[in-house]
Design a protein around this ligand. Sequence first.
Ligand SMILES: [Zn+2]
Length: 108
Amino acid sequence: MKKVYLANDLSDAHLLKGFLEGENIETEVQGEPLWKLRGEIPITQDTCPSVWVINDADYDRAMELVATFNAGGSATPVAGKSWRCRCGEENEGQFTECWSCGRSRPDF
Ligand SMILES: [Zn+2]
């Protein structure tokens, strides 16, 4: 077992767990009981939930996937996805402003 990720909260931990398991990496979330006590005990790194890989052999690949996860690459593949501005113009995914009118890309 190796720790690959220190999560901000439980949903963060489980999101990563699901992401890694989608890549056939067995994981375990640790620290849930402590996390539920937050407020009663001081919050430190030890009280945040963490994600561990079961098989050490998966560690390197898991770390690469964690980097992708941290970059927002898991659930929201924004880059490359085109979006439509309120002015009606279609923009390529890499643009954050409309090339036609200059409005910022709306948040999805
Ligand atoms: Zn526009």
